[in-house]
Every structure is written in C-alpha cells, then in structure tokens.
Ligand binder design. Structure first.
Ligand SMILES: [Zn+2]
Ligand SMILES: [Zn+2]
Length: 263
C-alpha cells in the first residue's frame, strides 16, 4: 500500500508516494497561467498498478476539484528501465490519461482533462456494480438534469456541463444515482427500493438543482429587489416575481432580467 504525502516546496505543489516509510516516487506539479498543469513523476522503485491507481485518483481529484488545472499532463521518468515506469503508465491510463508520447529513454508523456478523468471514474464505478457487456456509458449535453439512465438503450449518461461546473465527487454521486436506477429497474422510480439501493452504493441523496450549471450556462439572469438571483435558458416573456420573496405574484417582488455574461 502506498500513501500520498504533501511535500512543502517554495515553488508549486509536490507530493511523495511513500511505502513502508520510504519514498518510492516523487511528484512535482507546475502550472502555467493558462491552467495547463505538468506533473513530473520520477521513480526508480518497482510499483504495482492497483495501489498506484488509488494514489492517482486522490491526486487527480484534488488538482481538478480545487481548480488548480484545466488540463493535466504527466511526464514519467525513471533512471531505471521501463519496468519501473510501465505500472505507472497503466495506472494513469486507467485513471483517464492518454499516452501522448513515449520518451526514447525510460519514460512517457500522458495527458488528461477533467472530462476524461470523469469518464474513467464513471466506467470503473459502473464495472464494480453492473455488467459492462450490457450497460454502456456516454456524456450528454443536459443542463437541467445531471445524468440519465436509459433503459431502452441500456446507457448511463452524464452531463458534460455537470463535469464542467461540479466537483468530481459530485459527478461520482450522480454516477451512483444512475447505477442504482440500472440495478432496480425503471418501475422502481425514485421509490423506497431505489433509495435503499442508492444508499447501499454510497449515494448521499443530495438533490441536483441545476443552479451551478445555470449560473455558468444560462443566457438570462434576473434579480429581485432583495437580491435573489434567478436563471433562465430562454428569455422570459411575461413578468415573473421572486418565489423566495413571496408565494404569489407581487409587483414589488418582480424580477428584472438581463443578458448574462455566459451568453
Ligand atoms: Zn433518478
Ligand atoms: Zn427575492
């Protein structure tokens, strides 16, 4: 078993992978102003893929969820032969990284986006609970819903906008929600059977409101006098009052709309 230790440096982020109190790999992250991160990994020890994968999952979730980077490139190097690097490459590929180039000496360059990492995590999670020969995965463009379980096509889909504007942990929660649908079937809806199954998978049941996506994607933004913010994907055609200020329509609570910066 490995663990990931934060290493304090004066210029940027660094981690050490530790096994039985000895350092087996060093990781150093540098970030450009455009949000491209380069993680340099050097190792001479022999490492196993399964535990490395857990280390990378932690690290990758951290760099994307704390918005450290938009895209992450990994450069693997070793003074030893390929034998030390190969398990690292396999672990990274399983975590959503794509091999870009193999260096002539022992080493390689790989890269991933939050979307490719989310896809790898979704597929790995699906593989633990449902048959991937039966169920497929894809992304969709949903803005008002986070994901979908399509029983006809037997496909679980997750919104690209969800990935863009939510944390990977929240994306993972939606994946678990959809897997629960796949397991209990369409007729169960969101009833007790579904709730029990979802909870057993680790779904925490937080409702998706679509607010984070709307705040970034909706072309219309409105404010009431009290300062409550509202979003619409289409231009409102009739006067609307703020539902947070009052249950019935009142001119005093009317929302004033304008084009948002997102449009
Ligand atoms: Zn549902
Ligand atoms: Zn209001």
């Amino acid at each position: 078993m490995f663990s990931l230790i934060d290493a304090v440096t004066s210029n940027g982020y660094a981690w050490r992978v530790v096994r039985a109190e000895s350092v087996v790999a060093e990781l150093r992250l540098s970030i450009t102003n455009a949000g491209l991160g380069t993680l340099k990994i050097s190792t001479d020890a022999s490492l196993d893929t399964a535990s490395l994968r857990r280390v990378f999952e932690q690290l990758v979730v951290k760099v994307f969820d704390e918005n450290m980077v938009r895209k992450l490139q990994v450069v693997v190097s070793s003074k030893a032969q390929d034998a030390a690097v190969q398990p690292l490459i396999v672990a990274l590929e399983k975590s959503g990284f794509e091999l870009a180039a193999r260096a002539p000496a022992a080493g390689a360059k790989l890269s991933a986006t939050k979307l490719s990492v989310a896809e790898a995590m979704a597929i790995a999670t699906m593989a633990r609970h449902i048959d991937l020969n039966v169920w497929g995965f894809r992304f969709d463009n949903g803005k008002r819903r986070a994901g979908q379980c399509n029983y006809t096509e037997r496909v679980i889909s997750i919104s690209k906008h969800l990935v863009a504007h939510h944390s990977l942990d929240e994306v993972q929660q939606v994946v678990l929600h959809e897997i629960a649908h796949a397991l209990v079937g369409k007729d169960a809806g969101h009833g007790p059977l579904f709730k029990k199954q979802a909870a057993a998978l680790g779904y925490r049941g937080k409702n998706f409101t679509g607010r984070e996506i709307a705040a970034n994607e909706a072309p219309w933004v409105g404010h009431c006098k009290a300062g409550h913010v509202h979003y619409r994907y289409r231009q409102p055609t009739r006067p609307l009052a703020c539902g947070l200020c009052g249950k019935t329509f009142s001119r005093a609570n009317q929302i004033v709309w304008q084009r948002s910066k997102a449009s």
